[in-house]
Write a protein that binds this ligand. Structure first.
Ligand code: DAH
Length: 341
């Protein structure tokens, strides 16, 4: 039995010393120390020994067991240390590898144009308002004097949410005039940029979603001269000193008189070219003196107060400002296009 124990000890210690994986170590542990293990088997024979032999043999067996357990502990620690070493190696970061430069974005040209427009108006004492894109038809049409039967109210022109045409995607930023009159103290000086929606097919100058900037002034003794002076200043600030504008009579339900403002074509200087479709002028915005009905519906006395308003297409303004030929470029977000600004 003594030889048996010695043999187990030397074999087991050698095996534990050479083990290379936790699974193999566990297998060895079971093989020697498990219920059916080799050392256990020897211990079970202790009963057959004489009373004199037993204590010495017992002590020896215990010593072998402690030696094996210690060897297992050592092997286990060694494996853990090796595993950690491996992981550190695998996860090592080479700080000397050259970095990848992050791609920097930049401001969209349309928003650059909007920022310029905001700066110009804020400089003249206007407040910038934000409003909902889902709007009541009452504010988009009725309160703006656009009577029942007005073509822009048609289902083929406007996105409605309900059968009885009460809620819609705003077709213009003009309902912001109503919101401003309903919520602000007089006098009022506001601009309101934002998205608007119309049932238009996409082409070089149309999109079912586009942006407008609304502007409105209500004060005492406000005249068409204020409108022209302010919008001429806007044109010069945006497009450069000496930019030539013209005001053409037009019709909008919510202004009287109404006009459209054109700027002279920057390409041909008014002679006519493909950019201005041969006209020499590019239409920029609609404007006019606020209709007395619109003021009255907002409980503002048109005898005491007067005002003017305008609505400009932002895409179109950005195209003019940055000399962009096709509206679709503004929406496609092709990086090669955007990088040029
Ligand atoms: N809302 C008009 C449109 O979308 C533009 C417009 C014209 C706005 C005249 C105004 C205005 O405020 O006075 O075509």
């Amino acid at each position: 039995m003594k030889e048996q124990l010695a043999k187990i000890k030397s074999e087991a210690l050698a095996a534990f010393g050479a083990v290379t994986s936790p699974a193999a170590l566990d297998e060895l542990r079971v093989r020697y120390l498990g219920k059916k293990g080799e050392l256990t088997a020897v211990l079970k024979q202790m009963g057959k020994l004489s009373a004199e032999e037993r204590p010495a043999m017992g002590a020896l067996a215990n010593e072998v067991r402690s030696a094996l357990e210690e060897a297992i502990e050592t092997a286990s620690q060694k494996l853990e240390a090796e595993a950690l070493e491996e992981r550190l190696k695998a996860e090592a970061i080479d700080v000397t590898v050259p970095g990848k430069a992050p791609k920097l974005g930049r401001e969209h040209p349309m928003y650059s144009a909007l920022d310029e427009i905001k700066d110009i108006f804020v400089g003249m004492g206007f407040t910038v308002l934000d409003g909902p894109e889902i709007e009541l038809a009452e504010l988009n049409f009725d309160r703006l004097n656009a009577e029942e039967g007005h073509p822009s109210r048609d289902w083929s022109d406007t996105f409605y949410f309900d059968e009885d045409s009460r809620v819609m995607l705003r077709s213009q930023t003009s309902p912001m005039q109503v919101r401003a009159m309903d919520s602000r103290q007089l006098p009022i000086r506001i601009i309101a940029p934002g998205r608007v929606y119309r049932k238009d097919e996409v082409d070089a100058t149309h999109s079912p979603m586009f942006h407008q900037v609304e502007g409105m002034v209500i004060d005492k003794n406000v005249t068409m001269a204020d409108l022209k002076g302010t919008l001429n200043l806007l044109a010069e600030e945006l497009f450069g000193k000496g930019t030539v504008t013209r005001f053409r009579p037009h019709h909008f339900p919510f202004t009287e008189p109404s006009c459209e403002m054109d700027v002279q074509c920057h390409k041909c200087g008014g002679a006519g070219c493909p950019t201005c479709k041969g006209e020499g002028w590019i239409e920029l915005l609609g404007a006019g003196m606020i209709h007395p009905n619109v003021l009255r519906m907002a409980n503002i006395d048109p005898e005491e107060w007067s005002g003017w308003a305008f609505g400009m297409g932002l895409e179109r303004t950005a195209m003019r400002r940055f000399k962009i030929a096709d509206l679709r470029l503004i929406f496609e977000n092709d990086v090669r296009f955007l990088e040029q600004f």
